[in-house]
Design a protein around this ligand. Structure first.
Ligand code: RM4
Ligand code: MN
Ligand code: MN
Length: 396
């Protein structure tokens, strides 16, 4: 059992990579204020340096998601510079994320804005993002829209859907072969009455209308509390429409807490559905695993390393489910047997096998401890503290 267990963990970790968000290293806050950390990154160079540190310690994060408005000061013209900075820190540009929610022109929406000029501006930014992705060799263009409304009767929901369809189709037509458009949904916030892409069904319909290279992105924090996320995952898998994840944890809403910190069994159940699909179909869908978290209080790099370690543990545990025994147990309605196969895998301590995997890959056995010993945090704190102290921290 034990050798078999270790090889399952090794295989799982060999196949598992998770993308870091560039914005996860910068100062962030809540609606009420930004909390300044002396070591936070404020330039792309600093963000990619921090991401490179996480990757060098964990070996699991070769790519970094980029937010175009925040990371590409000159749009497409910045692409070469971004590539060189990424190379310097031994990471690669990952998903490209447009920002069509921050500028004043988007007060009443982007693709769903009744004003044609605003829709056009959003479209041209998304097209720039496709061009940036092509220039950098990035596969995924990841779309999240803040569009929605705050009061009943103030927005024409069906008309806005049509505008979305039009622009998504145009953006899709610019994709190169092999590129993907990921459509993310979110039930509320910043809009509090209706959101144009509020759930996975809406995202699925829009992705289908956009074209064959569009899929759905599941952000684990973008659901109502009682929702069965793994069932959504299972349905998207069976539709061939699961494009990727933004992982984070939550207790109430889109809290962007550390993955697995509130409900690790939730993450395990998602990985279990994916593993079961792979076991049954013999095929491995290309799923972009990404982190989308905002650590306001924890040290940013520490929290990111903690996240990657948690992700690896939960992914490894899901690989331990005895699928050949589970499937007949499901067919024969042996409920307790089936459920216990999941529980056995979830409660297995995979940490010794993960340490062995790290050792075999010349990685530190405890990446968090190695980070604390490395002196990196002290070095960047000394370099960045003054600049961070001078940055604005108030909400209004
Ligand atoms: C949203 C969503 C997006 C992220 C923005 C900053 O809630 O999760 O993926 O890019 O926040
Ligand atoms: Mn997200
Ligand atoms: Mn979010």
């Amino acid at each position: 059992m034990s050798e078999n267990y270790e090889s399952k963990v090794f295989n799982a970790l060999d196949s598992f990579q998770i993308e870091l968000p560039s914005w996860g290293f910068a100062n962030t806050g809540t609606r009420f204020g930004k909390f300044i950390q002396p070591a936070a990154a404020s330039t792309l160079e600093e963000k990619l340096s921090d991401a490179g540190e996480v990757h060098s310690l964990t070996g699991a994060c070769p790519t970094v998601a980029l937010h175009v408005l925040w990371d590409f000061t000159n749009g497409v013209a910045s692409a070469d510079k971004v590539r060189l900075i990424a190379q310097k820190f031994r990471v690669r540009p990952g998903s490209i994320n447009p920002n069509i929610f921050q500028d004043q022109i988007y007060k009443f929406g982007s693709f769903g804005n009744p004003n044609a000029e605003a829709r056009q501006s959003a479209l041209s930014h998304v097209l720039d993002c496709v061009a940036i992705a092509s220039a950098l060799g990035s596969r995924d263009i990841s779309l999240w829209f803040a569009d929605g409304s705050n009061y009943p009767g103030t927005a024409n929901i069906r008309q806005r859907r049509k505008w979305f369809e039009e622009n998504l189709q145009i953006a899709h037509s610019r994709l190169s072969p092999g590129q993907q458009m990921l459509v993310e949904y979110k039930p509320f916030e910043p809009s509090f009455y209706h959101t144009d892409i509020a759930d996975w069904g809406m995202a699925l319909l829009l992705a289908r209308t956009a074209g064959p290279q569009a899929k759905v992105l599941v952000d684990t924090g973008h659901h109502y509390s009682a929702q069965n996320i793994e069932q959504i995952v299972a349905w998207l898998l069976s539709e061939g429409m699961l494009g990727g994840f933004h992982f984070n944890d939550r207790r109430y809403a889109d809290d962007d807490l550390t993955m697995g910190s509130i409900d690790p069994y939730q993450v395990f159940r998602i990985f279990y559905e994916i593993n079961l699909f792979e076991h049954e179909t013999g095929s491995r869908p290309e799923i972009a695993y990404m982190i989308d978290q905002s650590h306001n209080l924890k040290g940013k790099i520490e929290a990111m390393i903690q996240t990657v370690m948690t992700a690896q543990e939960l992914f490894a545990k899901a690989a331990l489910v005895d699928y050949p025994r589970l499937i007949p147990a499901q067919t024969n309605c042996e409920l307790v047997t089936a459920e216990r196969l999941l529980q056995d895998a979830f409660s297995t301590d995979v940490r010794p096998a993960i340490c062995a995997w790290r050792k075999a890959h010349r990685l530190p056995e405890d990446p968090l401890d190695a980070f604390r010993q490395s002196g990196y945090l002290e070095k960047i704190t000394a370099e960045r503290a003054d600049k961070n102290a001078a940055s604005i921290s108030s909400y209004a």
